[in-house]
Design a binder for this molecule. Structure first.
Ligand code: ZN
Length: 319
């Protein structure tokens, strides 16, 4: 069994900034880096393994060879690798969008649907997200509002701050707006139905909208702001741990390590570690692997204890 260091896949969508390359040392292929897929088996951006005996192979390939035990017993019920983790730098507004449920997506897109969680790493003063409808609507009212460009008047605009956590169930209309840098833990899916794109052009043309499918899947009930303060930090020797999100799909925590922390990968799930700030190293047996800001490490289920040393803030995700 091996701990895997993953090379992120970077996307240059039109709304991206440059913080991912400048601050997180992500590869910069163009002049902007909107998303870095830091844990991905998705064909639209699968991770490559860096170093060790699997160097240069894809995560997907290695996991299919090593078998389901690498993923853990909680993953047995999934046909595909269940999650996808991204760092997102929204210099500009993302389109207003929705993701379908598993039921709809498996039927219509041959992919999972997408429930997601956002952890706000950093944001500008006054930055906001769009989260859910602000009033109950019928399908016809929703369709009309999308078509006549008034959808912005019918959604919740929610101010965010550093350290906030938002849980976005599939079917919730949403958008990340400008000035937000966040980590997104989501189901392994790339199905997005876009309903409003601020009249922007890409290569001289507006990006496609998917109004019909969006109206099929958007939750028509008004929702309260999904803003959720993360749990209370628990203090341990050498680090604090804050629970961020727990659902039947994933469990996410933040480890703020000042000296060291022990992380255990038991038989139930692999553990994904992503360094959000600072630099550390992961020690195990007689090996050592870096965990510098922006780096992503995959620990197979059943691996046992690893020690993280350094001053580093880590996003820890399990299934
Ligand atoms: Zn989304």
């Amino acid at each position: 069994m091996r701990i895997l260091k993953l090379i992120p896949t970077v996307k240059d969508y039109i709304w991206g900034g440059t913080r991912l390359s400048k601050e997180f040392d992500m590869p910069a292929y163009g002049d902007r880096q909107a998303e870095a897929w830091v844990l991905s088996c998705h064909d639209d951006g699968v991770n490559i393994i860096s170093g060790g005996p699997f160097d240069g192979r894809t995560l997907k390939d290695v996991l299919s060879n090593e078998g389901k035990s690498y993923l853990g017993t909680n993953c047995a019920k999934f046909d595909f690798f269940p999650i996808l983790i991204k760092l997102i730098d929204a210099k500009d507004n993302l389109s207003i969008q929705v993701h379908p449920s598993d039921e709809y997506a498996l039927k219509n897109e041959n992919q999972y649907g997408k429930t997601e969680a956002w952890y706000i790493i950093d944001c500008d003063e006054g930055a906001e997200i769009i989260y859910g409808l602000s009033k109950d609507m019928t399908k016809d009212e929703l369709k009309e509002s999308i078509e006549n460009g008034t959808i912005l008047d019918n959604v919740n605009h929610v101010k965010v701050k550093k350290g906030d956590l938002f849980f976005i169930p599939s079917g919730t209309i949403h958008a990340i707006c400008k000035g937000i840098l966040l980590a997104e833990v989501q189901q392994n899916s790339n199905v997005t139905y876009r309903v409003y794109d601020y009249g922007r052009l890409q290569n001289g043309k507006p990006r496609e909208l998917h109004t019909k499918k969006a109206v099929d899947v958007i939750n028509l009930k008004a929702v309260d702001c999904g803003g959720k303060n993360p749990g209370k930090p628990e203090t341990f020797d050498g680090y604090t741990k804050t629970h961020l999100s727990k659902c039947e799909l994933f469990t996410v925590a933040k480890l703020e390590i000042t000296e060291k922390a022990t992380v255990t990968a038991d038989e139930t799930s692999f553990v994904s570690l992503i360094a959000l700030d600072g630099n550390g190293v992961v020690n195990y047996a007689d090996n050592c692997i870096t965990l510098y800001k922006g780096e992503s490490v995959f620990i197979p289920a059943g691996f046992g204890d690893v020690e993280i040393l350094g001053a580093v803030t880590v996003l820890e995700t399990r299934v």
